[in-house]
Design a protein around this ligand. Sequence first.
Ligand code: NAG
Ligand code: NAG
Ligand code: NAG
Ligand code: NAG
Ligand code: NAG
Ligand code: NAG
Length: 259
Amino acid sequence: MTFQGLVLSVVSIVLCRAEVDTVTQRKVVEVGGNVTLSCLLTGSREILQVTWQKKNNNNNENLATYSLQRGVNVVDKYRGRLNFTRLSLNDTAITFWRVRIQDDGCYKCLFNTYPLGPIPQDTCLTVYEELRGSLHYTVSEGNLTATCLASAWPRPVITWIVPNAEGTTEEVQHANGTISVISKLYVNSSTSLLGQELICRVQHMEKNKDYSVKVKRGQEFSVPWLVTAVALALLFIVVVLAVVCCRRQRKKQSESRAS
Ligand SMILES: *[C@@H]1O[C@H](CO)[C@@H](O)[C@H](O)[C@H]1NC(C)=O
Ligand SMILES: *[C@@H]1O[C@H](CO)[C@@H](O)[C@H](O)[C@H]1NC(C)=O
Ligand SMILES: *[C@@H]1O[C@H](CO)[C@@H](O)[C@H](O)[C@H]1NC(C)=O
Ligand SMILES: *[C@@H]1O[C@H](CO)[C@@H](O)[C@H](O)[C@H]1NC(C)=O
Ligand SMILES: *[C@@H]1O[C@H](CO)[C@@H](O)[C@H](O)[C@H]1NC(C)=O
Ligand SMILES: *[C@@H]1O[C@H](CO)[C@@H](O)[C@H](O)[C@H]1NC(C)=O
């Protein structure tokens, strides 16, 4: 065999394999959006049916099938928000509408061929939910507690950019899949932080977002503003009443002196 011949046969083996090999695609979609996954099988083979499955740990879950004899069949769980959008045995696509966090994962399309049997292809779907975060702090008797909240999917990661501080982190997963991470930072003796910036850095989808607040003087004695406002109003009334009383008193005195 010549060198060229060898190269050619190697290339054709690679090409033949590529035709059957699983090429993993990845689609990214925001929760609530629509997304289409597709698979293509080149070459002339007799395809009896295409089956779409969701890959779970060990057993794959059937989602939908298409064959010439039986047409389209979508399992109950997905009916109404998933359907075939390309109806061909060698060129298939399914669309998800109103994507949920639970749809995140990998999928498999199986071309059921005769006589070779099933030929699988893999495709993965990454669902994300926009990050929503917040940061605030309270000070009580010189102890500062900063609370950073981040809700998103996939799981956001919180780090604090504050020296000499320790925090606790907990997380909650809501029924719809959203994860809320709550991190609390405790600093005893907030005066050392006066004028400093507290920064809560949230990592989500390989991006960082910083939330920051400046520690203000006076927070140590902070009382809800309503209480302060009421106290000031009371003080004002007392002062006004005192002034009015004094005037009356004086008037009476001068009147009694005059008579
Ligand atoms: C998703 O598809 C529905 C129905 O076709 C359409 O009304 C909606 O606007 C689409 N949503 C997005 C985010 O494209
Ligand atoms: C898919 O099958 C049709 C006929 O069944 C054929 O005409 C077409 O070329 C095939 N497509 C590919 C990409 O092999
Ligand atoms: C799903 O797609 C098939 C083929 O295009 C169509 O006949 C069927 O009506 C669709 N089903 C729904 C629920 O839209
Ligand atoms: C402030 O922190 C110290 C120790 O960190 C604790 O003993 C004390 O009870 C805290 N005070 C308040 C008001 O939380
Ligand atoms: C999921 O649920 C949480 C809590 O109920 C809510 O804040 C969030 O907006 C929901 N996310 C979506 C995508 O509906
Ligand atoms: C601040 O923390 C240190 C140890 O971390 C503790 O020894 C000290 O009592 C605390 N001070 C206050 C005012 O809570």
